[in-house]
Design a binder for this molecule. Structure first.
Ligand SMILES: [Zn+2]
Length: 180
């Protein structure tokens, strides 16, 4: 995985993973990678449980923003653990804050549980306030955090509709070509 210091602007990939596509700062949280040190005094259980819930909602809320392949934890590898932690798939959670949007990888749950990672307080507060990712209520604080502009994060429905439109367009082009 790529390392970002906590609260750095994220520039990882196209679309919603590029800070330039947001009106508000898109800040990285929990993009840990050995040997870059991080704060280690853990999180309250309520925060960990909420992080688990959000990460669990991500595959259904944003299945089209899932990266291929599994991740292993470089901190487990660095510690030469016999079983180097779980392999998790590459989902990410977008958490609206006050005039800022945070993006954390799903591995954040492992970092808190296994390595006592402590994210910045402003992120913890935002996580506790964050509505379920699959809910209608999620869009409002996300838009507000993004300066009341539409976030570059498409819902599953919008994404599927766009793909259906694209497929239909290509089918029409093919159809007219075959008809000639
Ligand atoms: Zn680990």
């Amino acid at each position: 995985m790529t390392w970002f210091a906590d609260l750095d602007l994220l520039k990882y990939h196209s679309g919603p993973f590029d800070a330039e596509n947001w009106s508000a700062p898109l800040r990285a949280i929990g993009w840990l990678e050995a040997p870059h040190l991080f704060r280690r005094d853990g999180c309250p259980d309520s925060v960990l449980e909420k992080l688990k819930a959000l990460v669990g909602q991500s595959p259904t809320a944003h299945p089209h923003y899932r990266f291929r392949g599994g991740m292993t934890c470089s901190w487990c590898v660095a510690a030469a653990l016999e079983t180097p932690g779980p392999v998790w798939s590459q989902e990410n959670i977008f958490v609206p804050g006050a005039g800022v949007v945070y993006v954390a990888p799903s591995g954040i749950v492992h970092y808190v549980e296994a390595h006592a990672y402590r994210p910045p307080e402003e992120f913890i507060e935002a996580v506790l306030r964050c509505p379920d990712l699959e809910s209608q209520e999620y869009c409002k604080p996300l838009c507000e955090a993004n300066g009341n502009k539409e976030p570059p994060l498409e819902s599953k429905e919008t994404h599927e509709r766009k793909w259906a439109d694209t497929r239909a367009k290509f089918a029409r082009i093919r159809g007219s070509r075959d008809g000639q």
